[in-house]
Design a binder for this molecule. Structure first.
Ligand code: PTJ
Length: 243
């Protein structure tokens, strides 16, 4: 039990929740390591959404709203951290939600799906095939899932599938706290922010974006700018950490 007056309460409470979801089999053991890596980068960002991340989230809203077939791809970590947030984003964008796991077992697919449904998310179910050209289990997709998307949101994605999705001609929106990851660099647009802050930021933007502003954001999209801005934020915090 974490005392609420602990200075690191929020971070420790989330960590405890992730450990619980790992024991329940929703989060993979590897997912806990991935979470720790994310925590470290979030520390460097100051555990807040930067201006550039908010602009990236606004651009993500524009891409999702302009899509013919938007898809949100959800893994174990994302479901454990942000089930309700995914429900709200699905409502705001009418996106298809598909569960896609790196450490894929029928049991985990079922657990992650039920968890999301418990939060009110409509999850794509039915037959899947190996439709995405990667050599691991992230290659599975429903015919109406990732393979059919023109715009796809991939929180905490691995680099191989991000690259494959871009090669298939999809606009790939990554949420990744590590601006140096292969995913962050391969994506069409990367939101360098923590997933529980980034998803509500996209939902809020989707609620107040005009068509004109959306078109302008999409035409100006430059992922290198967003990655460099995040690196600059981190570098500045490191430089002045002991001031
Ligand atoms: O549930 P599964 O089986 O699909 O597995 C999910 C994980 C996350 C284990 C799997 O996709 C994986 O191994 O991912 P990677 O390649 O470790 O990439 C995860 C990226 O997400 C890393 O760059 C982390 O820094 C970043 N990350 C971790 N936690 C967060 C995060 N980004 C945003 N918000 C977070 N909370």
């Amino acid at each position: 039990m974490i005392p609420p007056d602990h200075p690191r309460y929020r971070s420790l409470e989330v960590r405890e929740r992730m450990a619980w979801f790992a024991r329940e089999g929703v989060v993979s053991p590897e997912g806990l390591a991935a979470h720790g890596r994310g925590e470290a980068f979030d520390y460097l960002l100051g555990e807040r959404s930067t201006e550039s991340a908010l602009l990236a989230a606004r651009t993500a809203a524009a891409l999702l709203l302009s899509a013919r077939h938007p898809v949100i791809s959800v893994n174990g970590n994302t479901a454990a951290l942000a089930g309700r947030e995914i429900r709200d984003l699905q409502k705001a964008t009418r996106a298809v939600v598909e569960v896609n796991l790196f450490h894929r077992t029928p049991e985990r697919l079922d657990k992650v799906t039920r968890l999301l449904e418990g939060h009110g998310v409509a999850v794509l179910e039915g037959e899947e095939e190996r439709l995405i050209p990667v050599s691991h289990d992230r290659g599975w997709s429903h015919r109406d899932g990732a393979v059919a998307a023109d715009v796809i949101l991939v929180p905490l994605e691995d680099g191989d599938r991000a690259e494959a999705l871009v090669t298939l001609g999809k606009k790939v929106i990554a949420i990744d706290l590590n601006p140096l990851s292969r995913t962050a660099r391969a994506a069409t647009l990367t939101i360098v922010d923590e997933v529980t802050r980034a998803i509500p930021a996209i939902t809020r933007a989707a609620g107040n974006l005009s068509r004109g502003e959306g078109e302008k954001l999409i035409s100006q999209l430059n992922n290198s700018y967003f990655l460099q801005a995040a690196l600059d934020e981190m570098a500045a915090r490191l430089t002045h950490a002991l001031d």
